[in-house]
Design a protein around this ligand. Structure first.
Ligand code: IMP
Length: 439
């Protein structure tokens, strides 16, 4: 299996870090293909907790080349701080590779993100304030600075001389904020280039060479399908394409080089920031999920909005990502609830619909229709076979699987790497498999 893509099927925070971490053992390269330091991956190995924003989670394996692809927007300071943190904890970061074509999130992008959000007032998007939207906007407007430019001080000076007056006019004239000075910015950018010189390269060439050599490449998405710029709940979305197609444009692979797409979802739903969320719970059950599931943002520390799993956008997410199998995370969090619900349709203007509405206005009007399952009390943390799950939990999984239309191949029952039920083969570097199939 040459290339595997891992994508989120909800609004991000599905636990993709654990999926990537599980699969990473058997691959040679892990490639981030979109997003920036708005993302947060939490990986738990024994007593150790790693929180990563930019460096792909594969860095925790000595045999893996962690790659930040051209589709990622890179705040060099975050990257350097993260690599320093990893190095301090004994992780080798010399292998990290960053695309020369990836765009740089500059301090004015961060300042503009904050200023634009403040201006939107109550209608804000609830961004992570990391400058993601403004960086991608500059990329599309062809006024961005790329990681490769950081290695060429005269080029950065020329770029800043062109770009900064416009940014300052916006900062001061529209947002009433302070302007930024060119020389200190230039100094920082040159220092970033010096510090990252050994890491900046042609990552598309690297990934293509790995595939040509028969190595297995894992492409890891950040955020999720419902936050996708094109397929999500626009404008309450991020500014990139988390869907599997983003792995092609942002990771340097062609569509036919992708062999499998693993969709990742939680047994319930969460969303950070603003925007429609039909199955959201504003009651004690929502608080139960928040607290038991520790649903606080890795990047911003914000409380995530919690709700029941919504199977309406699931089919849509499976289709637009061409998901081949699913990892279901955090099933253990549902233990202890008197009943478990699953959103299966919407009531829209008196009509029953089971399609995911494209229109924001419609999505804001829908009322969810639920299927209800009996709850279960058993602690699932020690379960390693589907057959050992309570019958109600199995029924819930079976229904989810039927609605998704693709197999649920992996079920996670706790944060630790070993707290996992595996049903099918894992992609392997050299023919290794997941081991015994436990069903
Ligand atoms: P931005 O990506 O910072 O521009 O934020 C746009 C929207 O995406 C906001 O609702 C954020 O809360 C959300 N978002 C961005 N990154 C993540 C993530 O990693 N997990 C969950 N939500 C995210």
């Amino acid at each position: 299996m040459p290339a595997t893509v891992v994508v989120g099927l909800q609004w991000g925070d599905e636990g993709k870090g654990k999926t990537t971490d599980l699969l990473a053992e058997s691959v040679s390269h892990v490639v981030r293909y979109q997003g920036g330091d708005n993302a947060g991956h939490t990986i738990v190995i024994g007593d150790e907790v790693f929180k990563l924003h930019l460096v792909p989670s594969g860095v925790l394996y000595p045999h893996i080349v962690p790659v930040i692809g051209n589709g990622v927007v890179v705040n060099p300071q975050t990257l350097l701080d993260e690599m320093a943190m990893l190095a301090q904890r004994g992780i080798d970061t010399t292998r990290v590779r960053v695309s020369a074509a990836a765009h740089v999130t500059m301090p004015y992008h961060v300042a503009l993100d904050r200023a634009m959000e403040a201006r939107r007032g109550g209608g804000n998007i609830g961004t992570t304030n990391r400058g993601i939207g403004p960086t991608y906007a500059d990329r599309a407007a062809r006024t961005g600075i790329r990681m490769g430019d950081l290695l060429d001080p005269p080029a950065i000076r020329a770029a800043l001389e062109r770009i900064l007056p416009e940014k300052n006019a916006l900062m001061v004239g529209v947002h009433g904020a302070q302007p930024m000075e060119l020389e200190p910015l230039l100094e920082r950018a040159v220092a970033w280039g010096d510090a990252l010189r050994a890491h900046i390269t042609d990552t598309t060439g690297l990934v293509q060479a790995a595939l040509a050599a028969g190595d297995h490449v894992l492409l890891e998405g950040a955020q999720g399908a419902l936050l996708d710029l094109d397929h999500g709940t626009y404008p309450y979305v991020t500014s990139s394409n988390p869907v599997a197609g983003g792995a092609c444009t942002g990771g340097g692979v062609g569509p036919l080089q992708i062999d499998q797409v693993i969709g990742v979802m939680k047994a319930y739903a969460t969303r950070v920031g603003s925007g429609p969320f039909p199955t959201e719970l504003g009651d004690p059950i929502g608080t139960y999920l928040l607290e038991k599931g520790r649903e606080f943002g890795t990047t911003t520390g914000r409380r995530r909005r919690c709700g029941w799993f919504d199977a309406v956008p699931l089919r849509y997410a499976v289709a637009v990502n061409s998901v081949s199998s699913i990892m279901l995370n955090k099933l253990d969090i549902l233990s202890g609830l008197p009943e478990v619900r699953l959103g299966v349709a919407y009531r829209l203007d008196g009509e029953l619909v089971d399609r995911w509405p494209l229109s924001l206005a419609e999505l804001e009007r829908v009322e969810p229709v639920f299927e209800t399952f009996p709850g279960w009390d058993e602690d699932l943390g020690g379960v390693r076979r589907l057959a050992d799950l309570p019958a109600a939990a199995r029924a819930f999984i079976d229904t989810l699987e039927a609605r998704a239309g693709v197999p649920i191949a992996i079920v996670s029952v706790g944060p630790e790497r070993t707290q996992t039920i595996v049903r099918t083969e894992r992609p392997a570097r050299s023919g290794a498999s997941w081991g015994a199939v436990a069903t």
